[in-house]
Design a protein around this ligand. Structure first.
Ligand SMILES: *[C@@H]1O[C@H](CO)[C@@H](O)[C@H](O)[C@H]1NC(C)=O
Ligand SMILES: *[C@@H]1O[C@H](CO)[C@@H](O)[C@H](O)[C@H]1NC(C)=O
Length: 387
């Protein structure tokens, strides 16, 4: 017999004694009520005053997890992409490659413009530009002194410009002052900066049928993908690029579902710089998307604050450097979130840390040629420089 059982037995006994003495009707009702409350045993009190508040508190702590877990109920998956098979081997001629995709080959390649909004990804930008360098006519980069979340930001490209001397003859750089509107949705500042990027592209001299790459700095198309698209005739006017998704470094391979990067055959007056879905066509296996691939812990903290999803930093200890280092080495989530998926099977399959990958095959050439400098991006080096 448990204590709880004794307890409730005793309470019942006391109550019966009291109730038995009552005579008048009103008093009887009152004391019945009182008896009812007294009749509630310890377990009920625990439930009302401990478990229910605990439950409400944990909903507060894990609200995001609960809604994301239930997402398959309240949201259906987006229309699937029409995925175009992608053929490549370095020993196959360009003409054959174009033919394999159902395209013809041109007499001369299209001009290619690579346009990015820069925040603080100095290393990833270097790897990106070195990868694409042979095929890019103009590198167009815009930076602002405001983050999307309206925080003042140092002009990190400007102060590191000497590291990018190799693109200088092909660089169109623009700086735009932030609007610093308090409490505004970060997507508004982001849209404002993308419009400025459209103007910068015109300044860079983009013309009809030039190729324009629209992607974040950390969405890196592979060189051979861009070479294919600039050489082949009759490619679609807009094409999304399917990229391999990595987190923190190329050690944590997530999936191949990154699709936001796109390549456009520019049409003046029509083409607008965007980062949302613009067509159903998706070219398979076209590069890498390395999210939160930073050298310093301080870069992680900056990015978490500057991010359009700043609401995901729900507790200040998320920004604790030691926690961030542990999260990286465990392949866990910086925001303690569940995977954003649309079926229970996928959510459950992706819960928990991202497993380590030991493959450094088919990564950007510049990364492997300078492995010592970029060690932290390669398998087996999750420890970051502090501060
Ligand atoms: C690539 O092509 C060259 C010339 O045709 C040939 O000598 C070489 O063996 C090929 N390499 C591979 C890996 O197929
Ligand atoms: C941002 O840049 C604009 C334009 O150069 C300037 O007027 C403004 O003072 C800058 N703001 C901050 C906080 O640096």
């Amino acid at each position: 017999m448990t204590d709880g059982y004794y307890n409730s037995k005793k309470t019942d006994d006391i109550c019966e004694d009291v109730c038995g003495e009552q005579t008048s009707r009103g008093a009887l009702t009152m004391s019945r009520l009182r008896c009812m409350f007294r009749g509630l045993d310890m377990k009920t009190y625990l439930f009302v005053f401990v478990f229910i508040p605990l439950f409400i508190f944990s909903v507060y702590l894990h609200g995001q997890k609960i809604t994301y877990f239930l997402r398959p109920i309240w949201e259906s998956p987006p229309q699937p992409f029409n995925v175009i098979p992608h053929y490549y081997n370095e020993n196959v001629t360009q003409e054959t490659l174009c033919k394999l995709h159902g395209w013809g080959i041109r007499e001369s390649p299209r001009r290619v413009f690579d346009a990015v909004l820069f925040s603080n990804e100095v290393d990833i930008l270097t790897i990106r530009w070195k990868e694409l360098y042979p095929y890019i006519t103009q590198f167009v980069l815009l930076e602002s002194n405001s983050t999307f979340t309206g925080l003042p930001k140092p002009l990190l490209f400007s102060s590191n410009r000497q590291k990018f001397e190799f693109v200088e003859p092909r660089l169109t750089y623009g700086m735009i002052g932030g609007r610093f509107k308090k409490g505004e949705n970060p997507f508004v500042e982001e849209a404002y900066q993308r419009v400025a990027l459209d103007q910068l592209l015109r300044i860079a001299g983009i013309e009809d049928d030039d190729l324009l790459i629209m992607s974040d700095v950390d969405e890196i198309p592979s060189a051979h993908t861009i070479n294919l698209l600039r050489w082949c005739d009759n490619i679609p006017p807009i094409l999304h690029l399917q990229l391999r998704n990595y987190l923190y470094s190329f050690e944590y391979y997530l999936d191949s579902k990154s699709w936001r990067a796109s390549v456009h055959r520019y049409r003046s007056g029509k083409t607008r710089y965007a980062h949302f879905r613009q067509t159903d066509l998706l070219l398979s296996d076209s590069g890498w998307h390395c999210s939160f691939c930073f050298r310093h812990i301080s870069d992680f903290i900056f990015k978490m604050k500057a991010y359009s999803h700043y609401d995901r930093v729900r507790f200040s200890h998320y920004l604790n450097p030691k926690r961030i280092q542990d999260v990286i080495c465990n392949g866990a989530d910086l925001f303690d979130m569940l995977p954003e998926e649309y079926t229970f099977q996928e959510i459950i399959g992706k819960m928990g840390p991202v497993p380590r990958s030991y493959s450094a095959v088919n990564l950007p050439a510049y990364l492997l040629n300078n492995a010592e400098d970029y060690k932290y991006l390669l398998p087996g080096n999750c420890k970051r420089e502090g501060g």
